[in-house]
Write a protein that binds this ligand. Structure first.
Ligand SMILES: Nc1ncnc2c1ncn2[C@@H]1O[C@H](COP(=O)(O)OP(=O)(O)OP(=O)(O)O)[C@@H](O)[C@H]1O
Ligand SMILES: [Mg+2]
Length: 274
């Protein structure tokens, strides 16, 4: 076992996304703050299905879940069905079998928009911002279902990602990769979600910016928001994961705590580069 380089590198190095004032996000009001009972807050349970009515099954009895205030990470090879599992959980896919439950309620038949109203936020892998709109307009779009005053939430997003405040009147398409991902996460936070689904939030960013984004994600989770995320940076993501899922060909290959998966020789050999 080598020492963990991620651990050694932790810390706010990239000033552009550093929040010097510490934790500022607050979870949605009105949530019950029950302790972790071991029952998942969000679960895509034994999901089987594919794209369209006649498409082949991509997911095969696939289960992904996250407890309240925890971070669950989905890893696996390209094409394994990670994004598909996220989309299925968010209601963008017809499930032939299985169910999705949120806070104990069966939401399998709800539309994505209805799921947002129930407290789900989703940041897709691609096209997750409006590039021709300003940063602030993107955040406003994120608040689309809200009829109340969302200025406090916007202030919280700006506290979490100070660079977005600085660039709030700039077109989002002019931002760097890491900054765009902050816009995407910030947009999803505007509905005050109870659970955030993030599909590769650190795609295409440098290791330092990845580290920073993970720090911000941990900060969000500490406010009580559950995080279910897909990550290509498997080792680093599992370091911060309460729960980890390795998907292969649309099915669960390995499941455990982040620590367990990192220590599993087979997982290390096949998915973490030894
Ligand atoms: N919109 C779609 N219509 C039909 N098939 C799709 C669609 N999106 C993905 N697929 C298929 O589903 C399978 C799983 O793709 P998916 O995008 O879920 O993988 P992934 O694990 O997220 O991969 P990556 O690591 O590259 O993001 C692939 O065979 C892919 O071709
Ligand atoms: Mg994907």
């Amino acid at each position: 076992m080598t020492s963990n380089p991620y651990q050694d590198d932790r810390g706010n190095k990239d000033r552009t996304i550093t929040n010097p004032s510490g934790s500022t996000m607050t979870a949605a009001t009105g949530t019950d703050h029950e302790m972790n009972t071991g029952h998942a807050f969000l679960i895509g349970d034994s999901m089987t299905g594919g794209y369209g009515k006649t498409g082949p099954d991509i997911l095969h009895d696939c289960t992904i879940a996250v407890n309240r205030g925890e971070i669950a990470v989905i890893v696996g090879p390209n094409g394994a069905g990670k994004s598909t599992a996220m989309k299925a959980t968010f209601g963008m896919l017809h499930l032939r079998e299985g169910s999705v439950r949120l806070g104990g309620e069966d939401i399998t038949d709800l539309t994505p928009q209805a799921r947002v109203a129930k407290g789900m936020g989703f940041v897709p892998q691609t096209s997750n911002i409006f590039t021709s709109m300003t940063v602030e307009e993107n955040l406003e779009m994120g608040a689309f279902i809200r009829t109340d005053d969302f200025r406090d939430t916007m202030a919280q997003v700006y506290d979490l990602f100070p660079i977005l405040k600085e660039k709030r009147n700039q077109a989002a398409g002019e931002l760097s990769g890491g900054q765009r991902q902050q816009v995407a996460v910030g947009r999803a936070l505007m509905t005050q979600p109870k659970v955030l689904l993030l599909d590769e939030p650190t795609a295409g960013v440098s290791p330092i910016v990845m580290d920073e984004l993970f720090d911000r994600i941990i900060e969000v989770a500490r406010t009580g928001i559950s995080i279910l995320m897909v990550e290509q940076n498997a080792r680093q993501a599992l370091e911060i994961a309460d729960k980890g899922y390795v998907l292969v060909q649309g099915a669960n290959a390995h499941t455990g705590t982040g620590k367990e998966l990192l220590a599993d020789p087979e997982v290390r050999q096949s998915f973490l580069g030894g």
